[in-house]
Design a protein around this ligand. Sequence first.
Ligand SMILES: [Zn+2]
Ligand SMILES: [Zn+2]
Length: 205
Amino acid sequence: MQPVIFALDARLGEAGDTLPLKGHLDESSYTLGEREFSLPSGIDYDLMLTNAGEGILVTGILTTHVVGTCDRCLSPAEFDVSGEVDEYYFFEEPEDTGDDDDDELDFSLVSADNTIDLSGALLSSLVMDTPFVVLCQPDCKGLCPVCGANLNEEDCGHAAQIEEERLKASPFAVLASLDLDGEEGEKDKVSGAAGEAQEGKPDAE
Ligand SMILES: [Zn+2]
Ligand SMILES: [Zn+2]
């Protein structure tokens, strides 16, 4: 993502000062791991900048429409993002607290020329709200592992064939031929034998 530089000025000069900041970016794409997403309508943001004393707090919302690729069938998959932006830009690097967790501290700094770059905060909001699994539709049937047919569009018949063979090959296939009702009957017979009303119980065949 291109830098999104905002120059701080007198409106945020004192602790407690706030400044709303709305804008649009013609950003056209982003990548997440090996996945590529396009942003046909760019990115909109609606932020509030606050001078919080030791730095500038940036909070607000990022909205955009994303087009990616379905993880199951490789067709285009679209979704809307409405992500929370939350970033703190320190005026000066915070002093070492002596805490062992310092390496994990995540913060941004106000640049020496008194500007902040909002791109990192916007990108992390976008990434946070990108689904881990992207689907063209919630019940996407995916591609046939045998012939590659898009199972949302056609039934090539392979799935039924595979399922049939799987059932035949299963060690539990024999269970299908068991007379489970008979087994239930046996139990009834046993408990019946312990009581007096044995005649009232149906006998297993
Ligand atoms: Zn799909
Ligand atoms: Zn197939």
